[in-house]
Design a protein around this ligand. Structure first.
Ligand code: B12
Length: 289
């Protein structure tokens, strides 16, 4: 089996592909390219895997992406053994990168052929819509070579392949429903008005930004441009237990206001909403009264 087959067979992954780092560089700034080379000298290929996370329409005040276990950890744990095997068996450098990464992950996914970009700037998977996280392995292993390595992988549960292609309808409902009118041409996001960004920002908010948050139902993240999308209507739910079990759907002031940073991190270990501390959460909860 080659790396793509192995990746494809991992539980919790819906689509996999590979793109050339040289091509991806066209979508990255000079400093991002430099950072990527610091991670992986002679970077050659980017393996891309999509991880579905839609858990149904759960009521709460946290965004769907933050209800389950922290996706950074989940994806890192799944991809690391594969990355380590690449290094062991080929002597090439290899590193797992998720989200906090110099790579333009959405473009990497598009170039790897695992999905298409919608007007909301997000990648859409055939079966799971845009509710997919992107995980990557950046490696010096040449793109042309997919040697038969990694054959000692075990836990193999192939995902279903019979699915329809999801293509953006360009209906622009995502743009129309975005309260901050933050989605521009070609999915370019204006972070000054993007509610997802504002809820997660530690910065002081302007009066206009606070008013925007007051109109919004969540205190962390935003799902609007995904939930209104017709192409997300009949998607499958995630089967990944990290994203469909032990969900935290809401937080209240009482839950967090008296916690130190350390206590907060311990209480909500492995949750994506902890990375900015309690400050933005308390600000957002207080604002909404
Ligand atoms: C910074 C960041 C944010 C910021 C800014 C978002 C932005 N798009 O600028 C904020 C906090 C607002 C944010 C919000 C969200 N994010 Co975010 N974010 C990132 C991060 C770390 C970098 C994004 C970035 O700056 N890209 C580079 C810039 C330079 O891209 P760009 O020039 O704007 O180009 C984009 C578009 O123009 C488009 N594009 C270019 N050419 C063309 C041509 C056509 C025809 C079209 C249609 C589009 C198009 O493609 C580019 C990529 O999106 C990525 C992870 C990563 N390392 O890539 C995650 C990432 C994009 N985020 C992700 C998620 C899940 C979210 C949220 C859904 C979370 C939430 N529920 O609140 C929202 C969605 C908001 C939205 N519609 O984008 C996922 C997206 C997965 C997916 N299915 O695509 C990523 C990939 C993280 C991951 N590993 O899974 N995010």
């Amino acid at each position: 089996m080659n790396i793509l087959d192995i990746l494809y067979a991992q539980h919790g992954i819906s689509s996999v592909g590979v793109c050339e780092f040289d091509t991806l560089k066209n979508y990255m700034s000079k400093s991002a390219i430099e950072k990527a080379y610091n991670y992986c000298e002679n970077a050659h290929s980017v393996y891309v895997a999509l991880f579905p996370y839609f858990n149904g329409y759960q009521k709460g005040n946290l965004s769907i992406y933050a209800m389950g276990k922290d996706y950074h950890t989940v994806i890192y744990d799944i991809l690391t053994p594969i990355s380590e095997q690449i290094e062991r068996k080929t002597n090439e450098k290899s590193i797992v990168l998720v989200d906090n990464s110099p790579l333009n992950e959405v473009q990497a996914a598009r170039l790897a052929g695992v999905g298409k970009i919608g007007e909301n700037g997000l990648i859409f998977d055939k079966t799971y819509g845009s509710f997919v996280f992107i995980g990557t392995i950046l490696t010096s292993l040449p793109f042309e070579q997919m040697p038969a390595i990694l054959s000692d992988n075990t836990h193999i549960i192939p995902p279903s392949k019979d699915s329809k292609i999801i293509d953006c309808l360009h209906c622009n409902l995502c743009k129309k429903h975005c309260l901050g009118h933050a989605i521009g041409k070609n999915g370019k996001i204006n972070c000054e008005n993007c509610i997802s960004d504002l809820t997660q920002s530690k910065k002081d908010l302007t009066k206009e930004q606070s008013d925007l948050l007051l109109k919004h139902n969540l205190i962390w993240g935003c799902d609007t441009c995904q939930l209104v999308c017709p192409q997300n209507k009949n998607i499958l739910l995630t089967e990944n237990q990290s994203f469909n079990q032990n969900l935290i759907t809401s937080l209240s002031l009482e839950d967090i206001e008296n916690l130190t940073r350390k206590q907060f991190n311990e209480k909500y270990k492995d949750r994506a909403f902890t990375w900015r501390g309690t400050k933005p959460l308390i600000r957002n909860l207080t604002l909404k009264g």
